[in-house]
Write a protein that binds this ligand. Structure first.
Ligand SMILES: NC(=O)c1ccc[n+]([C@@H]2O[C@H](COP(=O)([O-])OP(=O)(O)OC[C@H]3O[C@@H](n4cnc5c(N)ncnc54)[C@H](OP(=O)(O)O)[C@@H]3O)[C@@H](O)[C@H]2O)c1
Length: 297
């Protein structure tokens, strides 16, 4: 599979028009908006309005509208919050809809309630410049196949059919696990989703593969500070990286050695992906952190 490091060198000309498919008998508005700004000014010392010259300035202003599937979840809410802080318009789709906790960023997100398998995509995807999927989770084999795999396949195809130019998937690191352990519904579902993204979006699909993600996770209204464990662990593993690298070829070694990543870094890597047309491909844990650093202020 293509890695980000090799892809980073590829530079594509800025798309003058974005190729898009659409639902039958339905046209989709082009998400890149052009604003025409007309400025009138009077030359120095000339106050007569009739002599003032008019300059037409046409500026390309990129307006982003990102649809976050699962924006109410742990990772999804960090993505929504980061996107709002960057002035990006955000729509979230999840079964529970708007979260119950307060927050100024919460008020700036459009919260749609619905199941991805029965979504009214015409409403959800209108004007979208990118879809970000955080759909995934654990459960029975069947449930894991469904939410990690099939749900994402449905969403990728809906976005592609609708002509959304970019798709970002939150997948998972493989922890260097032996093949028999990667055969669980969680990992097979994730890989199925990844191939759908990369085949339908060969030049604009982004797959982030984080390991353990830390931050403040809300469960039933209670905040669980996973950063108490995640942050120091990330620092320790980074500090001893040179010593532990030789062990990385051992099967399953990454269960202990893969550095955790903060939920804010995952969110910023998503922002980097949705705001740069030239970003596509698979991102490892390290590359997620590098991408996040690019948009960190
Ligand atoms: N957390 C980690 O440490 C970690 C590490 C590596 C990878 N990941 C991946 O990152 C992604 C996000 O993880 P997370 O921890 O943020 O999970 P999460 O908190 O459970 O969030 C999942 C989101 O998906 C929504 N959702 C689930 N089923 C849905 C459906 N049928 N239709 C619409 N929305 C649905 C959920 O909302 P509703 O239930 O209200 O619908 C929720 O908003 C997952 O794909 C996970 O595999 C997580």
């Amino acid at each position: 599979m293509t890695s980000f490091s090799s892809l980073a060198a590829i530079s594509r000309p800025p798309p003058s028009s974005v190729a898009r498919a659409s639902f039958p008998a339905r046209s989709v508005s082009v998400p890149r908006t052009r604003f025409r700004v007309n400025c009138s000014y009077a030359e120095a010392g000339v106050s007569d309005d009739s002599k003032s010259a008019t300059i037409d300035v046409v500026a390309d202003v990129k307006t982003e509208r990102v649809v976050v599937l699962g924006g109410s979840g742990f990772v999804g809410s960090a993505i929504c919050k980061a996107a709002v802080s960057k002035g990006i318009e955000v729509v979230s789709l999840s079964r529970s809809g708007r979260p119950t906790y307060p927050g100024s960023w919460v008020d700036q997100v459009t919260w749609a309630s619905g199941d991805v398998f029965y979504a009214n995509w015409d409403e959800v995807l209108v004007g979208a410049t990118a879809v970000v999927s955080t759909l995934g989770g654990f459960g029975s084999e069947e449930q894991m196949q469904r939410i990690n795999g099939e749900a994402n396949v449905v969403a990728v195809n809906a976005a592609k059919d609708f002509g959304v130019p970019k798709y970002v998937l939150i997948s998972v690191h493989d922890y260097n696990l032996p093949p028999f352990l990667l055969s669980s519904g969680y990992f097979t579902g994730k890989r199925k989703a990844e191939s759908e993204v990369l085949s339908k979006y060969p030049n604009a699909g982004v797959v982030l593969r984080p390991g353990f993600i830390y931050g403040k996770r809300r469960i039933d209204g209670i905040e669980i500070p996973l950063d108490f464990i995640g942050e120091p662990l990330e620092r320790i593993l980074q500090a001893v990286e040179n010593f532990t690298k030789p062990l990385s070829s051992l099967p399953a070694s990454d269960i202990f050695l893969a550095p955790p990543v903060s939920v804010d870094d995952v969110a910023l890597a998503v922002i980097n992906a949705v705001s740069d047309d030239d970003v596509f491909g698979i991102f490892t844990i390290e590359q997620i952190k590098e991408a996040a650093a690019k948009v960190k202020v």
